[in-house]
Design a protein around this ligand. Structure first.
Ligand SMILES: CC(C)=CCC/C(C)=C/CC/C(C)=C/COP(=O)(O)OP(=O)(O)O
Length: 345
């Protein structure tokens, strides 16, 4: 082999290795990755017990591994739908073999199982429920309207519960927060389906907006969101003094940002442009980090909560800008209006 053929060959293998790494990073969705670990930490913070470093590490890392595994499996289950609606994604574009996505998903779920067993029977039980929820969401319920949104919402509550039971057995103080994150994540997941109406319909998915229209989808998401904020406000009763003040101020800010996401959806609910729906979800992805950090701060103080929140917000904002629009919409213009005369009401 000549020198130039050899250098061509090594340049090609370096670029194919970079493409493989990129395909994995895209599958991880770095812009939504941090939230679930925050939920585990929030659960741990809410429990009365020892907040030792290793417990907090386990409360953060196990749900995060479950989240990564859930996305590999979800993309594996969705590979045929994505082949129609999002052919640029790693599996349908051939950059990530489907068998590799399945293996990574299974391995990450095994890692969740090992960590859960090591931390006790309560965490094992929550992990079993979580894996069952990920599988039922990805295999069936995601395509079946509000049931899928509710299971995704339940996964948020399970991540909180997982962190809580690492520290101590269940306490009643957790209840308003479980309800808040169940409703919140159901709402944000439903907003996610508002940006995918055409693709979901083409793939035969009967999401709530596909079956009942965007107007019903928008109002249902807004109602669930209002319920989430109300439940989170009730949760303020578990705090005291300055941490309660921190929490209530954060919650007011979170609700304001939530309104910024939802108002454009409400005003344009009949002829909902894809870009507006995607933007609403992008805002909620930032907002939910602040909601989880508010809960962490309610029990552990504002300083650790801000030390986690600020880098996570910056990373989320940056990765959303760099990766998200392309990942969700491909090369199609994100600003394209719906075809003339099409409404989803
Ligand atoms: C051990 C333990 C508690 C694990 C739980 C991990 C967890 C919450 C996994 C969910 C993964 C998943 C497929 C999310 C889909 O969200 P999406 O991409 O549809 O978007 P969304 O975030 O807006 O709903």
């Amino acid at each position: 082999m000549t020198d130039s053929a050899r250098s061509d060959c090594s340049a090609r293998s370096a670029s194919s290795a970079a493409a493989t790494v990129m395909a994995h990073v895209q599958t991880w969705r770095p812009y939504t990755l941090w939230y679930v670990g925050f939920l585990g930490l929030a659960g741990a913070a809410l429990s009365d017990g020892s907040h030792s470093g290793w417990r907090l590490l386990a409360a953060w890392s196990t749900p995060t591994l479950g989240w990564l595994g859930g996305h590999y499996l979800s993309d594996y289950f969705d590979r045929h739908l994505d082949g129609i609606a999002k052919p640029h994604r790693p599996i349908p574009s051939g950059r990530l073999p489907a068998s590799m996505a399945l293996s990574c998903g299974v391995l990450l779920m095994l890692a969740v199982a090992v960590l859960a067993v090591l931390t006790g029977w309560r965490t094992s039980l929550v992990a079993v429920l979580s894996v069952a929820a990920v599988l039922s969401y990805g295999l069936r319920l995601k395509a079946l309207g509000i049931a899928g949104n509710l299971v995704r919402g339940a996964l948020g509550a399970l991540a909180l519960l997982y962190g809580a039971v690492i520290v101590a057995p269940l306490g009643w103080t957790l209840v308003p927060f479980l309800v808040a994150f169940l409703l919140h994540d159901t709402a944000s997941n439903l907003v996610g389906t508002l940006r995918d109406i055409d693709g979901d319909r083409a793939g035969g998915y009967r999401t709530l907006p596909v079956s009942h229209g965007s107007v019903v989808g928008v109002w249902t998401a807004a109602g669930l969101y209002a319920g989430a904020i109300a439940a989170a406000a009730i949760g303020a009763t578990v705090g005291h003094g300055t941490t309660r003040l921190w929490y209530l101020l954060c919650l007011a800010g979170v609700a304001g940002v939530g309104l910024m996401a939802l108002v454009p959806l409400v005003t344009q609910r009949r002829l909902l442009p894809v870009r507006i729906a995607l933007h609403a979800h992008e805002v909620l992805v930032l907002e939910r980090l602040a909601l989880a950090a508010a809960v962490i701060g309610l029990r552990l103080g504002a300083v650790p909560a801000l030390a986690l929140l600020i880098p996570a917000l910056l990373l989320t904002w940056w990765t959303q800008r760099r990766l998200r629009t392309w990942y969700e919409l491909g090369t199609a213009s994100a600003t394209a209006p719906r075809p003339k005369g099409t409404t989803y009401a």
